[in-house]
Design a protein around this ligand. Structure first.
Ligand SMILES: Cc1ncc(COP(=O)(O)O)c(C=O)c1O
Length: 402
């Protein structure tokens, strides 16, 4: 027996990661609300819409019919067929529902299991920063080394291929992209994606493409899946899900599309983590995801996001001391607050405590983003207007105090 062993000690794997700053902000919002404050939250990455009615009804029916038992580890067959059809329609890539699609309990699980299935001790994964926090942390948990490339505002948070090449080594096993991007709103064009595909072939690494926001694109931006480039279906793993595009964050349903061998590897981890995603949810989604009513509801939601994006940009344009890169996808704006004299962290903290508006400090998404805050436009028109008014008065008071 090892008497020195501290039974409450975290494993080395856990010690490598920090709690997410986004959660810290959301917890503070909860505290303030509980103590009676009216908080305008432009912090969360979730649509404020209701889940499509047909999905809700079909799920309730599935429970009533006692579909409350385990189902196939890969996911309910009809749902996999529907995902294959949807992916074909949206990207032109044909995945076999029998072997090339895995249903997961959220996009987050899809990311975690994918990274765990690829990365070994000492392997390198190229990650662009700022980024959704899970990529870097899961690479660390897997024993790998996140190789961070900092995206630059001067380049509209775009990817510089030469810089990518400079970061590739013998140990590069994976490159992660998020297209459309949280938090920058970038949508990568054909030219950049082609170059990344060439690098994947030349240096023999896999591309993990998180396409959670694939249907949320604006203006002239055209979304293209990395898997749609020649030979890339086998060299990529695509992460997707229902949280953002079907307003289903609390349902925890995601999926992965990839070549058969990779899916089988990820399946082993999925099997030992969640076994399968809840059966009645999978049935409800399979039955309700493509009805005429659902299509109408989703399309109205997309139109509303587009209106809110314009509303938020118009409002921000009128506030001196803030600047931003126009987002072409997803539902966030990264705003530079450096002209106010505050860091993004101080700005976000004071805005929350003094004006009761919640946004995310940029450093929570990327070390080099200390001048930024992330503002989400997945909030009602009323809340966006209120937040803009309060932000405006906060900055006016700040600049006057100078
Ligand atoms: C880029 C990106 N990927 C994945 C996820 C995870 O989505 P979920 O776990 O809700 O399916 C999120 C959520 O914020 C995200 O922004």
């Amino acid at each position: 027996m090892n008497e020195d062993y501290d039974i409450s000690k975290e494993s080395g794997r856990v010690q490598k990661v920090e709690p997410s700053l986004i959660r810290t902000v959301l917890n503070r919002v909860d505290e303030l609300r509980k103590s009676g404050h009216e908080i305008v939250a432009l912090s969360a990455g979730e649509p404020d819409f209701n889940t499509p009615s047909d999905i809700k009804e079909a799920t309730i029916n599935a429970i009533r019919q006692n579909y409350t038992h385990y189902c196939s580890n890969r996911g309910y067959e009809k749902l996999r067929k529907k995902i294959a059809e949807k992916t074909w329609g949206e990207t032109g890539v044909l995945y076999d529902y029998k072997s090339e699609i895995l249903v997961t309990s959220s996009g987050a699980e899809a990311i975690n299991n994918t990274i765990l299935s690829v990365i070994e001790e000492g392997d390198e994964a190229i990650i662009f920063s700022p980024a959704f926090v899970n990529y870097e942390n899961m690479v660390k948990i897997s024993g790998g080394v996140p190789v961070i490339i900092h995206l630059k505002r001067e380049n509209r948070f775009g990817i510089d291929i030469r810089e990518v090449e400079e970061h590739i080594t013998e140990r590069t096993k994976m490159l992660v992209i998020n297209n459309p991007n949280n938090p920058t709103g970038a949508v990568y064009d054909r030219f950049i994606l082609e170059r990344l595909c060439e690098l994947s072939v030349r240096h023999n690494f896999i591309i993990v493409s998180d396409e959670m926001y694939s249907r949320l694109v604006y203006d002239d931006a055209g979304f293209q899946s990395i898997a749609s480039f020649p030979g890339m279906k086998e060299r990529s793993v695509i992460i997707n899900g229902f949280s953002k595009t079907y307003a289903m964050t609390g349902w925890r349903l995601g999926y992965i599309t990839a070549g058969e061998k990779r899916i089988n590897a990820i399946l082993k981890i999925h099997q030992y983590s969640t076994t399968c995603s809840p059966t009645f949810i999978q049935i409800g989604v399979a039955e309700g995801m493509d009805t005429e009513l659902t299509k109408k509801e989703i399309s109205a939601m997309m139109d509303t996001f587009e209106e809110r994006r314009r509303q938020l940009m118009k409002g921000l344009d009128k506030i001196s001391g803030l600047s931003y890169v126009i987002p072409k996808g997803a539902f966030y704006i990264m705003a530079d607050v450096s002209e106010t004299g505050l860091s993004g962290m101080e700005f976000a903290k004071r805005l929350l405590e003094e004006k009761h508006v919640a946004v995310i400090p940029g450093v929570g998404l990327g070390r080099m983003c200390s001048d930024y805050i992330r503002i989400s436009f997945a909030a009602s028109t009323e809340h966006i207007n209120k937040a803009l008014e309060r932000m405006n008065s906060f900055i006016r008071e700040l600049l006057k105090a100078d």
